[in-house]
Ligand binder design. Structure first.
Ligand code: GLP
Length: 242
């Protein structure tokens, strides 16, 4: 695991985008991106979007797979991850929407939808670079503490802390869904390269546990210590407990 400590949050996004862009150029037009929601990767996406707008990066033939989706939000809900990914990734990076996929949080047959998602990732050739944030409790995707380290895409119950953290996106805390579909830790570990970004003091405990703690399901992100090509890019505040 490579850890890069940046002087500011702005530099985190810039360096992480440079790393992702390098993979895109190395792999070529059909690169497969793993994309995350949350505020952490927004600056990374902005830098990638600037490179696309400047003609330095062409992602029009790229595919993207999101990590997770809430269960039960109506289609088109502005806080569904389908909407968030469309707004923050697909449109600014000029991806082809037909090649951007998320788990189906409204599937009638959840296990079948999860198996389909795994098959779609495999059919695309696997993820070349997975972008990740981290939850304050060490979750990646929506793999909450206690998740199997080899898990695959499945339904999960959101931890109360995660629901509270995400309540800011909804009109009231009760509106935060209780369940989600998420790629598993095994799915994430199968990506050929992983770039995790974190900024701010609220992530300092999680980053310390991910980077230096024991590898344990109690801190799902710690499994990345076993990844052959994982880079953690953080600002000084998020690095404060390393
Ligand atoms: C969310 C997402 C994660 C994200 C995390 C941190 O619940 N499911 O993919 O990494 O929480 O979010 P943020 O970057 O806004 O702190």
């Amino acid at each position: 695991m490579e850890v890069v400590i940046c002087p500011s949050a702005a530099v985190v996004g810039e360096l992480a985008a440079a790393k992702v862009a390098r993979v895109c150029r190395d792999v070529g037009p059909s690169v497969v991106l793993g994309v995350a929601t949350g505020s952490s990767p927004l600056s990374l996406y902005e830098h990638l979007a600037a490179a696309v707008a400047a003609g330095d990066l062409d992602l029009s033939a790229a595919s993207a797979f999101a990590l997770d989706e809430y269960v039960g939000l109506p289609p088109g809900h502005p806080e569904s991850y389908a909407s968030v990914i469309a707004r923050t990734v697909t449109e600014p990076l000029r991806l082809d929407p037909s090649r951007v996929r998320l788990p189906d949080g409204n599937a009638a047959d959840v296990p079948a939808a999860c198996a389909d998602y795994e098959r779609a990732i495999a059919a695309a050739g696997g993820v070349d670079v997975q972008i990740l944030g981290v939850g304050a409790n060490g979750h990646i995707g929506f793999n909450e503490p206690g998740s199997s380290l080899s898990s695959r895409t499945r339904i999960k119950t959101l931890a109360e802390r995660t629901r509270a953290d995400n309540a800011r996106f909804f009109d009231s805390p009760e509106q935060v869904p209780t369940h989600c579909l998420t790629q598993g830790l095994g799915t994430i570990m199968a990506a050929r390269e992983v770039v995790l970004v974190a900024q701010g003091a609220s992530k300092a405990d999680a980053i310390a546990a991910v980077v230096e703690g024991p590898v344990t399901a109690s801190c799902p992100g710690s499994v990345l210590q076993f990844h052959e090509k994982a880079t953690v890019i953080v600002d000084e505040q998020a690095a404060a407990k390393l």
